[in-house]
Ligand binder design. Sequence first.
Ligand code: URA
Length: 237
Amino acid sequence: MRLEKYIATSGIASRRAVKKSILAGAVTVNGETVLVPGHPINVETDAVEFEGKRVEPLTEHIYLMLNKPSGCVTTRRDERGRPTVMDLVADLPDTIYPVGRLDLETEGLLLFTNDGNFAYRLLHPSHEIEKTYLVWVKGVPSEEAVQRLRQGVTIPSGTTAPAKVKRLKVSKDGASMKFEVVIHEGKKRQVRMMFKAVGHPVIRLKRIRIGNLGLGNLPSGQYRFLTSEEISELMML
Ligand code: URA
């Protein structure tokens, strides 16, 4: 966020007065005088002082889930100009960002927040939060292949930890099969690489749950705010 906006939204002074003070050298960021009103501020980590007083921004924390469609990138901005997940939450404050990522082709549950603490807790590997996926794969894996997935397989980014793998059903034409998979790691393209390692490429992948939080029947491309119970449950994981 721009420095002048950051200070003004804290309610300490009007935007115009803030700009004047910045230009007059009365504002510091992390102890250094900054003379540029547009200076970028990290609202989570930067310490701003206005005329010697610490600025406490009125940051309202936002928590929401998006049902990400296939074909949009999980990034704040894409250099290649592809659609991003941010396009789907464009009506919300631009301080929010996705918590973790889903691949371009992966669908389903993606959280957004502007609460760095919440994002940190959810992403930290030591918390081992379970993520549940529906997985459609080519062919019908053997019992032996499913056992290997459960125990852990070697993929380009390492060996996967034991996973819960449940068979759901074989397609009518017998050409593909649907699974439910629960993992607690976040290796690169993990679910896709796991099934590839046992010879059954993923055709479609959808995340339906993070911890106890389910996607439910939220339509593709839509978002909804989390309830306070949902936020506290996730914070306790
Ligand atoms: N595993 C994958 O392969 N892709 C995702 O987007 C998430 C988990």
